[in-house]
Design a protein around this ligand. Sequence first.
Ligand code: ATP
Ligand code: MG
Length: 181
Amino acid sequence: MELGQMVWFDIGIGYPIPGEIVHSSGKSMQIRSSVDGKIHKIRDSSGVKVRHDAVEDGIDDMIQLRDLHEGSLLMNLKQRYEKSQIYTYTGSILVAVNPYKMFDIYGIEMVKQYEGQLIGHLPPHLFAIGSGAYARMSKNNENQVVVISGESGAGKTESTKLIMQYLAAVNKSANNTVTEQ
Ligand SMILES: Nc1ncnc2c1ncn2[C@@H]1O[C@H](COP(=O)(O)OP(=O)(O)OP(=O)(O)O)[C@@H](O)[C@H]1O
Ligand SMILES: [Mg+2]
């Protein structure tokens, strides 16, 4: 592999981390971590793998990642988070990274934008999940479930409230008791 090649390499933390080859001689290499900029000396480079998805802003649906492992998922979420993109799809699953500060992305303008849109047509957003569930409920007359899971403090309660707000905003039933309820 050439100097400047973006790679995945193992530093013994259970999953590979991303980096760039800055020096190479025989089987040994020096790799600069893309996570913290530190240089790691690798004695045996046989486990070093090419990194395919080294785009700066990350990818908004992780199903499209070519390298799929814990390190690549975490790196993609980190890259997006650093650009204030807290939502990322994995297919029809939405992954949210708690920003611990309110972004101005839950207003009525955003509700209107996502209303009636299929998942994947617009950038990943909680309202796309609400919109999908609402559309299937009203078209197919079927009850819907939105599963929200995550560790303590991940944002489950906040996300639930935001989805409820979305549903209250788009609800068009004659006796509008949804908001009250
Ligand atoms: N989408 C968001 N935007 C901004 N802040 C958020 C968002 N989601 C969560 N937070 C912040 O993170 C805090 C913790 O989130 P929340 O209470 O929803 O976590 P939780 O997953 O319900 O935790 P627990 O399992 O302990 O009940 C919230 O009080 C809020 O300040
Ligand atoms: Mg909670």
